[in-house]
Design a protein around this ligand. Structure first.
Ligand code: CAA
Ligand code: NAD
Length: 354
């Protein structure tokens, strides 16, 4: 890969389809709100979230470069994006299905970069926005942004998709203090309509407006958030997920019944265990661990032992499951059952969940 934005050869049908996407995007941007002015986006981290963000950005007409430290992750991300686009395409006119998928994919370039191994990365000067979706670890994020700050145009906006870390802390070493903010997407990105836009202490009004407008251009419903732990959704959601595990550890109810109860009694699309499995235990543990270090007196931030144990063993849930030749980690629902075996058999539920 030589650069960010490569010209691709289009068939006439692909060209017509791309033209239609451009026009629809242009019309909605012209008449619905102030344009963000953003055209070229680089997404760092090609995992669960980064691949979804790259996909939806490309679907919304942006040129995207997806960067990850591992080649295999980038290959898997491309498969994941194709699978998701095929689902979306099924809802389009039959004639346009393959053109739709190919034309969106043609907007996404991939590039390999590991900030642990190299201290330079050539960010293209055209890049308007960088969205970081790498591992939920402050040191890793600091390392990446110090490399990017040295290379990116001084106009490039930096955004993080962190679930829980203070945005102000993530950007504390970068020079472009007014050009930073949080763009917090939800999993699965192509399906979830919400985007939390986070204003850090140093974020300028202009940057914040641009990020909000960019979110609207990605067809997300934007909510504005302060830089507080977990913003809006995770501050409520993550302690709830942890409490579900504690409920199971205490033996108050069976896993299946807790999930059923929250689906049918509270109207949630997934029960807490299904959702834990879906989000990834590593992310949930990282979130709770960070918060319990910062707020040791808050018992709702404590990491349940079972969750910690499974994540330490690398049992992260279904997050990496794509299909056949992809890494298929076992469901954490199953792992939780193993852990608690002996007093809480959940055989039927295990079969249902994998
Ligand atoms: N791409 C494209 N389409 C997809 C898709 C994807 N990745 N996943 C599902 N779909 C489509 C399916 O094709 C299907 O379409 P049709 O109805 O037209 O057939 C539709 O979505 C429904 O899918 P399913 O029937 O497979 O399953 P479902 O009805 O349970 O919906 C779900 C799936 C949207 C994921 C739903 O279960 C859901 O909303 N779950 C809750 C997810 C959630 O809470 N996410 C937030 C997690 S917290 C977070 O992200 C923040 C953080 O920082 C940790
Ligand atoms: P993931 O493990 O699926 O993906 C992270 C990717 O980052 C991996 O592919 C890894 O190879 C790559 N990576 C790590 N360090 C890197 C570096 N220095 N340079 C380039 N790539 C690097 O994780 P995820 O679930 O996609 O989460 C990513 C971020 O999004 C985290 O900050 C997380 O808190 C946040 N988030 C997660 C969810 C969720 O439901 N999982 C939802 C919203 C936000």
């Amino acid at each position: 890969m030589e650069g960010f934005f490569i010209f691709k050869t289009f068939s006439s049908q692909q060209f017509l389809f791309s033209f239609k996407v451009e026009m629809t995007t242009l019309i909605s941007r012209r008449f619905c709100h102030q344009p963000s002015g953003i055209k070229n986006v680089a997404v760092f981290g090609g995992g669960l979230m980064g691949s979804g963000i790259a996909q939806v950005a490309a679907q919304s007409g942006f040129n995207v470069t997806l960067v990850d430290q591992q080649k295999k992750v980038l290959e898997d991300a491309q498969k994941r994006i194709r699978q998701s686009l095929e689902k979306v395409a099924k809802k389009q006119d039959k004639v346009e299905q393959s053109e739709f998928v190919d034309s969106i994919i043609s907007r996404i370039d991939t590039e390999q970069f590991d900030a642990n191994k190299s201290s330079t990365f050539a960010v293209r000067p055209e890049t308007d926005l960088i969205i970081e979706a790498i591992v939920e670890n402050m040191d890793a994020k600091h390392k990446l942004f110090s490399v990017l700050d040295a290379s990116a145009s001084e106009k490039t906006i930096f955004a993080t998709n962190t679930s829980s870390l203070p945005v102000v802390e993530i950007f504390k070493h970068v020079k472009r203090q007014s050009l930073v903010g949080g763009l917090h997407y939800f999993n699965p990105v192509p399906m979830m309509k919400l985007l939390e836009v986070v204003k850090a202490e140093s974020t300028s009004e202009e940057t914040f407006e641009k990020l909000c407008n960019f979110g609207t251009e990605m067809n997300k419903t934007v909510v504005k958030c302060k830089d507080t732990p977990g913003f809006i959704v995770n501050r409520l959601l993550v302690p709830y997920l942890a409490e579900a595990v504690r409920m199971l550890e205490r033996g108050d109810a069976e896993m299946k019944d807790i999930d059923t109860a929250m689906k049918l009694g509270a109207g949630y699309p997934m029960g807490p265990f299904e959702l834990l499995d879906y989000v990834g235990l590593d992310t949930c543990v990282a979130v709770l661990q960070g918060w319990s270090e910062s707020y040791p007196d808050n018992p709702s931030f404590r990491v349940p032992d079972t969750m910690k144990k499974l994540a330490t063993e690398g049992k992260l849930g279904r997050k990496r499951k794509v299909e056949k030749d992809f890494i298929v980690t076992q469901s954490n629902v199953m792992e939780l059952r193993y852990h608690l075996d002996g007093f809480n058999p959940l055989v039927n539920y295990v079969q249902h969940s994998i």
